[in-house]
Design a protein around this ligand. Structure first.
Ligand code: ZN
Length: 317
């Protein structure tokens, strides 16, 4: 199972006037990155596979999807993906979350968009076209998943479940049923779950043979909660960042990220300037990936074990 780490608009660290991507500060890389076309990333991790997302979360309140002054249509999205993506990347058909009063409009948009997008995507060589399953009921979602398969999609995302993330039983049921249906079809399908990455979910995903999932918790945790994780044995222990100008109480970390930033006067263990806080997010991601690698090396374990470690750390706050 692959983990795509989300990357934002300004996720770079400026050193000596150069914008350096956060991946440069990681000792191990995630399987890929999730980038949205809702904004222009200052730096893009083209060395890895990228899952290009259409920005549905950004325009979630609009019945007619728009990003800036642009109507989000399959043609516009393809144009964006043509400029930004590379061969091997995944590109997502524009979709709309089923929110608000005009659900029918949104459902129709999703259907038409997916239908047109797969044809347009054929012009972009080597890209993997993905469309996202939404629905107001399990039956509607299954029907849509089968539509997407019949349109020709061999990569299908399951979306719209972040709002009900705390209702794990409900979300799990939906994901399991859709996956069972898709796995019975003649051709293999890449199944991605959008925006759920807690340990409990990762366990389920692994059990039911989900292909990939994504998460942005390493950022939220670091910026808002000030969480700072350190590996201890096979676990990640959570500490809290200090207030600006106070001496850090977190033990010193010599990971590639913390060490490099310290050399330039940035302290990841304290709140403060942007570099401190982003550095802490990168440190956290680094610790996750180190833990993942350690587990792999120790017993050639499957992803089930390493995902537990990764996600226990991410979601324990
Ligand atoms: Zn560190």
């Amino acid at each position: 199972m692959k983990f795509f780490a989300a990357i934002g608009k300004t996720d770079y660290i400026k050193i000596n006037g150069y914008k350096r991507g956060i991946w440069e500060f990681l000792e191990h890389q995630p399987d890929g990155w999730l980038c949205s076309i809702a904004f222009n990333q200052a730096v893009i991790p083209h060395h890895s596979q990228i899952l290009w997302d259409c920005g549905a979360y950004t325009y979630r309140h609009l019945d007619v999807p728009m990003l800036g002054k642009n109507l989000v249509t399959p043609h516009w999205a393809i144009h964006q993906y043509k400029k930004r993506s590379r061969s091997g990347d995944i590109i997502v058909a524009p979709d709309s979350l089923l929110l608000g009063k005009n659900l029918e409009t949104r459902i129709r948009f999703n259907y038409e968009s997916a239908r047109q997008f797969i044809e347009l995507s054929k012009k972009l060589e080597g890209r993997i076209a993905m469309a996202v399953v939404h629905g107001v009921s399990i039956e509607a979602r299954i029907e849509r998943a089968l539509d997407l398969y019949n349109f020709g999609y061999r990569a299908i995302g399951i979306g719209g479940l972040v709002a009900t993330a705390s209702n794990k039983q409900y979300n799990t049921k939906i994901i399991k049923i859709i996956t069972q249906e898709l796995r019975q079809l003649p051709e293999p399908i890449w199944i991605h779950v959008f925006g759920l990455s807690s340990p409990a979910y990762a366990r389920v995903f692994d059990d039911i043979n989900i292909t990939s999932f994504d998460g942005a918790s390493h950022f939220k945790e670091a910026f808002i909660a000030g969480s700072f994780f350190l590996i201890k044995g096979e676990r990640l222990v959570k500490y809290k960042a200090s207030k600006p100008h106070e001496n850090p109480t977190v033990p010193l970390c010599n990971c590639l990220c913390c060490q490099t930033l310290r050399r330039y006067g940035y302290e990841t263990r304290s709140f403060g300037v942007w570099q401190n806080n982003l550095g802490r997010a990168v440190h956290n991601l680094n610790q996750l990936l180190i833990a993942q690698k350690n587990t792999e090396n120790q017993n050639k374990s499957n992803y089930k074990q390493l995902s537990l470690i990764i996600n226990d750390c991410i979601s324990s706050a």
